[in-house]
Design a protein around this ligand. Structure first.
Ligand code: DAH
Length: 350
């Protein structure tokens, strides 16, 4: 090969290489390009390997020119690759762009249910009076729901509770009141006891605006030395004042519960009409809030307390009742019907 033809060959290769690099439109194309010129089997590499076959005069010139071309092409390749990589990144960023001018999606906030609000409020009021809030099982054994509350199996009083039974070997019921937690609490600890127990209760009843098969009660129990009926009255009067304002009067009337002696039902004078009589209190001037009484000695004995040493009072407040008065809702079924249009009006966001 003459020196000129070697020069020509390199010149032509350079031309083709630079034109090819110019044309290469993407990273895949320049990778191919790199392979065909600079790769192990590429044109320029093959040329440089073939230098040995040249004559002694040709070799240095061809070697220098070949290596210079290698440096030039390598630089050109790297520059192009940097440009293409930057362009590819730009394209990806453009495609991924987030339009920050779009309005955000409003998160859905939950709010506390009107019944939960009353439960929370009562728990707070009782906490200030020294009561602890505890919770009990909604599926109960007949022993706690009835027996330990002085309601024997053959006693007609059992029928009063319109019980929903659970099919099981043991006699299980959906608790018909929160009172079973009286025995459960006392069994767990020695006196003194001061607890309130908010929760669901269940009865098989015809449903109407003020009866639902699931409703809510707040049980209260205080056992200590020298607890008397006046403690019960004072406590419930204070709770009524906290709930409905300083003007409220409370009324006790005799009632019968197997687990109390004596037993009472209690009411407050209607906060809506101040006791004059209105739709809410059905013109009576009074709102029934629940049952209460002095804990029956048999109940204390049943859990191993000594009725000669300690005495106590207990009460069961109707939570739904209070929530209905608070919200102005006049149908107890609205609480569990899950109609958000109704509930949202009262939801308090924590
Ligand atoms: N458990 C009763 C009921 O649901 C209410 C009640 C009455 C609870 C008297 C008491 C009480 O703690 O002493 O009908």
């Amino acid at each position: 090969m003459s020196p000129t033809s070697v020069q020509d060959q390199l010149h032509a290769m350079r031309h083709r290489a630079l034109a090819g690099l110019d044309d290469a439109a993407g990273l895949a194309a320049i990778t191919d390009w790199e392979r065909s010129f600079l790769g192990a089997k590429g044109e320029l590499t093959t040329f440089l390997r073939g230098l040995g076959a040249l004559s002694a005069e040709e070799r240095p010139l061809a070697g220098r020119a070949g290596n210079a071309l290698k440096v030039e092409l390598t630089k050109a390749y790297e520059a192009k690759r940097t440009t293409l990589a930057a362009a590819a990144l730009d394209r990806r960023l453009d495609a991924d762009a987030v339009d920050i001018s779009l309005p955000g999606r409003r998160p859905v906030f939950g709010g506390s249910h009107p019944l939960s609000q009353v439960i929370d409020e009562l728990s707070e009021i009782f906490a200030l009076l020294g009561y602890q809030t505890v919770f009990g099982p909604e599926v109960e054994t007949a022993r706690y729901n009835f027996d330990l509350l002085n309601i024997p199996a053959d006693h007609p009083a059992r029928d009063v509770w319109d019980t929903l039974h659970v099919e099981a070997a043991e006699e299980l019921v959906l608790r018909t009141h929160t009172s079973p937690m009286q025995a459960r609490t006392m069994e767990r600890q020695p006196p003194p006891v001061r607890v309130v127990v908010p929760g669901k209760a269940f009865r098989y009843e015809a449903q109407d605006a003020s009866h639902e098969w699931m409703f809510h009660q707040l049980e209260g129990l205080a056992v200590d030395t020298n607890i008397t009926m006046s403690d019960l009255k004072g406590t419930l009067a204070e709770v009524a004042r906290q709930l409905f304002g300083p003007a409220r009067k409370i009324r006790f009337r005799c009632d019968f519960f197997p687990f109390t002696e004596p037993g009472v039902d209690f009411a407050i004078d209607c906060a809506i009409c101040d006791g004059r009589g209105c739709r809410v209190c059905k013109q009576t001037g009074w709102l029934e809030l629940g049952g209460a009484g002095m804990v029956h000695p048999n109940v204390l004995r049943g859990v191993g307390y000594d009725p000669d040493q300690v005495s106590g009072f207990a009460f069961g407040l109707g939570i739904d009742r209070i929530a209905m008065m608070r919200s102005g809702l006049d149908d107890i079924r609205a609480f569990a019907a899950n109609d958000l249009r109704v509930l949202r009006q009262f939801a308090r966001v924590a």
